[in-house]
Design a protein around this ligand. Structure first.
Ligand SMILES: [Zn+2]
Length: 211
C-alpha cells in the first residue's frame, strides 16, 4: 500500500474516507494487515503529506489510531489527549488538518474502559493525589457526568453503566463543541467538504463502532 499523494487525497470524499477507516479496522480485527513498506513511505512522504482524516483519540496505549485503522505514514492526522475531548488548541489542529492540509473527515474516537473517564467519575480520589494538572483534566468531564447521572446513582468508576454512558456522551459532547466552537469546521461540514463523526473502540475486541 502506497502513501497518499495530492492526487489520491483529492479523489477522496468524506464518505470514502469513512469507508477507508472502516475497512482498515476490519483488516485489523481479522489480523489481515495491509502490506505496507513504512520505510518506503518515509521516502514517499519526504516532500509533503496528504492525510485524508483527522482522528482525535485518547492517549490510552491501546488506542493508537494508525494501528487500529491499519493506516501508514502520511494517512491520518492523529490528535491525542486523555479522554479525547477538545480545547482551543485541538480545534486549531483539526482546522489545520482539514482546511489547510485537505483532510476530509474528523473522527472523535472514544473507547471502552477509559482511565481518564474513570478518573472523572472518581474525581474526589484523584484530588487526594494532589496532582493539580490531572485534577484539571478530569474536571473537564464533570458537567457531562452531572448531566447524565440518574437520581440516587452511585458516582464512581465501578459503576460500569455510568462509565459507558459517560463515554458515549463525551464523544457526542466533543462533536458538539467542534461544530459550535470552530466556525471553519462547521462551515466545511455544511458545505459537504468534510464529515464529523463519532466512534467507539472496544479494547476487548479491537473493533470500532461508528456512532
Ligand atoms: Zn482513555
Amino acid at each position: 500500500m502506497k502513501a497518499h499523494t495530492l492526487e489520491t487525497q483529492a479523489t477522496i470524499t468524506p464518505e470514502k474516507a469513512l469507508e477507508i477507516l472502516k475497512e482498515g479496522n476490519t483488516r485489523f480485527v481479522n489480523n489481515l494487515k495491509a502490506n505496507r513498506d513504512l520505510l518506503a513511505q518515509v521516502n514517499d512522504t519526504r516532500a509533503g503529506q496528504w492525510p485524508f482524516a483527522v482522528v482525535l483519540s485518547c492517549i490510552d496505549s491501546r488506542t493508537s489510531a494508525e494501528l487500529i485503522f491499519d493506516q501508514g505514514l502520511g494517512d491520518i492526522f492523529s490528535v491525542r489527549i486523555a479522554g479525547n475531548f477538545v480545547n482551543q488548541d485541538i480545534l486549531g489542529s483539526m482546522e489545520f488538518g482539514c482546511n489547510v492540509a485537505g483532510s476530509k473527515l474528523v473522527v472523535v474516537l472514544g473507547h471502552t474502559k477509559c482511565g481518564a473517564l474513570k478518573g472523572g467519575l472518581d474525581a474526589a480520589a484523584i484530588e487526594g493525589l494532589g496532582m493539580d494538572n490531572l485534577n484539571h483534566l478530569v474536571g473537564h468531564f464533570d458537567p457531562i457526568i452531572k448531566n447524565i447521572m440518574k437520581d440516587g446513582e452511585e458516582r464512581n468508576s465501578k459503576n460500569t453503566d455510568l462509565l459507558e454512558r459517560l463515554n458515549h456522551h463525551n464523544i457526542l459532547n466533543a462533536i458538539e463543541h467542534i461544530r459550535k466552537e470552530s466556525s471553519t469546521l462547521r462551515k466545511m461540514e455544511e458545505e459537504g467538504k468534510i464529515k464529523i463523526v463519532g466512534a467507539n473502540y472496544d479494547v476487548e475486541t479491537g473493533s470500532v463502532v461508528f456512532l
